[in-house]
Write a protein that binds this ligand. Structure first.
Ligand SMILES: C[S@@+](CC[C@H](N)C(=O)[O-])C[C@H]1O[C@@H](n2cnc3c(N)ncnc32)[C@H](O)[C@@H]1O
Length: 208
């Protein structure tokens, strides 16, 4: 399946990386997906399309994001929220009349899958403490890039998977976010779980 951008921003923007990401997901063929860090919902929509193609209506997607532009989260290395393309700014401001970086706009983008999705607005350092997912078999960690946040996201993802499934962590090698790599390495050493480096940017942990 081809990764589509839906006229929005995504962290999987470089040439072909979205397609390679979907190929990686396809290998594990998940039915129940958790994404930490939803942003405009582009990956969410692509993953829902893929799971729908593979499993019909029998899939679930949960997404967590702060959806907050305040200064409180500036250390998390969040992407720039505005578009360079003025047409896109015009489209969201005057036609859609929505902020693409909001729970409402992502709900709208995923509306064809509304029975399958759950979107949670909040800081993953708090939200993850309070959730139990009955079944989840694939977790994509792409939220806050601060060391403590990635450590927290990894620990809770490990707990939620109950030793079965996959964690894919983005930005292993991002020079502006060295805490990501440190957290991944420490998680791997502390739990004696090896990870595979995929396409030079993802760390993949497989549990079975
Ligand atoms: C790189 S973007 C995610 C991109 C998205 N996964 C995609 O593929 O297009 C990171 C997102 O994480 C969110 N974020 C940052 N810190 C967070 C935190 N502590 N808890 C939850 N979400 C967070 C930001 O709001 C931002 O939308």
């Amino acid at each position: 399946m081809k990764y589509k951008k839906y006229f929005r921003k995504t962290s999987l923007k470089q040439k072909n990386i979205g397609d390679l990401f979907l190929e990686e997901i396809q290998k594990n063929n998940p039915k129940s997906f958790l994404e930490i860090g939803v942003f405009h919902g582009v990956t969410a929509r692509n993953v829902c399309e893929l799971m729908n193609k593979n499993h019909g209506a029998d899939f679930s997607y949960t997404g967590i994001d702060i959806f907050d532009e305040g200064d409180e989260f500036k250390d998390e290395v969040a992407p720039v929220k505005t578009f360079n393309n003025p047409l896109k700014n015009f489209y969201f401001k005057y036609i859609k009349k929505q902020n693409p970086y909001s729970l409402e706009a992502v709900e709208d983008l995923l509306s064809k899958f509304k029975k399958n999705i759950t979107l949670l607005k909040g800081n993953s350092n708090e939200v993850l403490k309070n959730i139990e997912l009955e079944k989840v078999d694939f977790i994509f960690i792409d939220g806050g890039h601060e060391y403590n946040t990635v450590k927290n996201d990894l620990a809770h993802s490990h707990r939620l998977l109950k030793n079965k499934g996959t964690i894919l962590c983005d930005d292993l090698n991002l020079s502006q976010a060295l805490g990501v790599r440190q957290a991944i390495k420490e998680f791997s050493d502390e739990n004696k779980i090896k990870y595979e480096i995929v396409h030079e940017r993802f760390a993949k942990f497989n549990f079975n």
